[in-house]
Write a protein that binds this ligand. Structure first.
Ligand SMILES: *Cc1c(COP(=O)(O)O)cnc(C)c1O
Length: 365
């Protein structure tokens, strides 16, 4: 069995640390999945979820990991046309693979890992016509790159009938996402990232354009067909049994999030990102060749991928940090040897992050 860490030391970029009150909420006695108790709970959850997504529209709660709702996005958002998949890392690549696996004609627009997509070029590419949807990972957790979602959305809006399908798994609740103001068609997240819940739930908002696309789509399968999900949601129900214990945890966590304030939460994440970047720069100034992997100006407030000096191994740094009582993320897939990742997301506080960075400095020296 792994040894329990003291609070504030678990900085994986998902799952991230969960507050003891949120964990404890899961031990409440079971309620039925039909009837008044669950309907009251689901209605109550909408209040907080709408604030988290900056929306007046109902928020879908899915008992699945976030990948399930990525599949829902392409199954419902495409009705015979092509998909343009913006790829700049591992999760955005997964999105394109899901689209292919669902049988869609998928064009991959890949840029280097750690980079971002230029909205003006998106405009040109969509101008070719024939596209039903664009897939994008807002905050690419494998590299820490942040796409300019507002600009991408505004360009996509110029092309009628193109759905913008957004994996904002490490965006929502950690950085600015304005679902209604930016007119987003389908924006999804998972419970175990910036929301700081245990894994097992996923959330999304579908625009009315997305729902009318869904009514034209075929081969949607059963579990992720948005139309029955939305019909149940309006009655504060779910089509099948939800993960009730996780809903209790969500209720407790939403109360905590609203007590802090959603915009304050975004600001806290941005401050943690900036502190991490500053630390990298100061460490490099000492002659230790670390760097922030993601392009300048496009760095996620929730996760930083740090490239290591030549000859220093990512897994060794992670192991040394673990000996000092800190859990950080290793590099993702092809970046495993050469980078590490810090998930400064969820309920983490800048003071603890500063302690972590000090320990990391000792390890690297
Ligand atoms: C974690 C993550 C996913 C996958 O989430 P699961 O809950 O594991 O399915 C997808 N996209 C991004 C950007 C992520 O960080």
């Amino acid at each position: 069995m792994p040894i329990d860490l003291p609070p504030g030391h678990f900085f994986l970029p998902g799952p991230t640390e969960v507050h003891p009150d949120v964990l404890a909420a899961q031990t409440r006695p079971m309620i039925g999945h039909r009837g008044r108790d669950i309907q009251e709970l689901l209605a109550h959850l909408q209040v907080g979820l709408k604030q988290v997504f900056s929306t007046e529209q109902p928020v879908i709660i899915s008992t699945s990991s976030a990948t399930g709702l990525m599949e829902a996005a392409v199954r419902n958002g495409v009705a015979g046309g092509r998909v343009l998949s913006l790829v700049n890392g591992s999760f955005s690549s997964r999105f394109s693979e899901i689209s292919l696996a669902c049988g869609h004609d998928t064009e991959v627009w890949a840029v280097d890992w750690g980079q971002f997509h230029d909205p003006a070029e998106l405009d040109e590419r969509l101008g070719e016509g024939g596209f039903d949807a664009v897939t994008i990972s807002h905050s690419e957790t494998s590299t820490g790159a942040l796409q300019d979602l507002e600009a991408i959305a505004s360009v996509t809006r110029r092309h009628e009938g193109v759905m913008l399908l957004i994996d904002s798994v490490t965006g929502v609740a950690g950085t600015e996402v304005r679902t209604d103001d930016w007119d987003l068609d389908f924006v999804l997240t998972g419970s175990q990232k910036a929301l700081a819940l245990p894994p097992g739930l996923a959330f999304a908002v579908a625009s009315s354009a997305m729902l009318s696309r869904s009514s034209q789509a075929t081969n949607k399968g059963y579990y992720f067909d948005l139309l029955p999900i939305m019909k149940s949601l309006e009655a504060h129900q779910t089509p099948s049994t939800p993960a009730i214990s996780l809903l209790f945890a969500l209720q407790t966590q939403l109360d905590r999030i609203l007590a802090e304030g959603v915009e304050q939460r975004w600001a806290r994440h941005t401050a943690m990102r900036d502190a991490t970047i500053e630390w990298v720069e100061a460490t490099r100034a000492e002659g230790i060749e670390v760097d922030v992997y993601a392009a300048e100006g496009h760095r996620s407030p929730t996760v930083t991928c740090i490239s290591l000096p030549e000859g220093v191994s990512g897994p060794d740094v992670v192991a040394e940090m673990r000996k000092r009582g800190w859990v950080i993320g290793g590099g993702y897939s092809r970046l495993k040897e050469t980078t590490i990742r810090i998930g400064h997301m969820g309920d983490h506080q800048p003071e603890k992050l500063a302690e972590l960075l000090q320990a990391l400095g000792e390890v690297l020296r």
